[in-house]
Ligand binder design. Structure first.
Ligand code: HEM
Length: 156
């Protein structure tokens, strides 16, 4: 079955996403935080819920048969914090993502569609495990799908 990411990415390719890093929202991955607009991310359990999902996601990525090696040395709380900031911002929670832009962060990794789909599936499993509704999952996925053009190596 075609991943929902693949379908959405195809549908939204023309909308390049600006992922310029924004500085000035200092936060650490492990401290308990709330987003400026928690209501927008209530379906994910708020900022704390996003962190829980992303810590689970990174743990799943590390053991993934296809892409696990890429995350072997990854500092899990750091990456989970960056992903939580990014997802919170995309969902309208008012956070500011302060990491590298998606092109720079993934350059040279040789990421192809099957790698992208493997990550997308682990994210969906992590959201399922956290009890995130399908409509809220779709809301996030629709924001992430256009990033594929910056993350995947060209040509495919
Ligand atoms: C929509 C999909 C994706 C999103 C939103 C995403 C997001 C991110 C973010 C926010 C970072 C941190 C950047 C920084 O350090 O400043 C990152 C790093 C990374 N990403 Fe992705 N990514 C995606 C897809 C992928 C895929 C498909 C792979 C490989 C299969 C991948 C592999 C990595 C690796 C290895 C790192 C470095 C982790 C480390 O610091 O050790 N990403 N990604």
């Amino acid at each position: 079955m075609k991943s929902i990411f693949t379908q959405l990415a195809a549908a939204t390719l023309s909308f390049a996403m600006l992922t310029l890093p924004v500085r000035g929202f200092a936060q650490t991955a492990t401290s308990v935080k709330t987003a400026p607009n928690e209501a927008a991310i209530a379906g994910f359990g708020g900022y704390a819920g996003l962190m829980k999902i992303n810590l689970d996601l990174v743990a799943r990525l590390k053991t993934n048969a296809l892409i696990g090696k890429l995350f072997a040395d990854t500092d899990a709380p750091r990456l989970a914090g960056l992903l939580s900031d990014q997802f919170c911002e995309l969902l309208g929670g008012g956070c500011k993502y302060t990491g590298n832009d998606m092109r720079a962060a993934h350059q040279g990794m040789g990421i192809k569609t099957h790698h992208f789909n493997a990550l997308a599936e682990e994210l969906q499993l992590a959201m399922d495990a956290a009890g995130v509704s399908q409509s809220e999952q779709f809301r996030l996925i629709a924001k992430l799908a256009p990033m594929k053009r910056d993350i995947n190596e060209r040509p495919e």
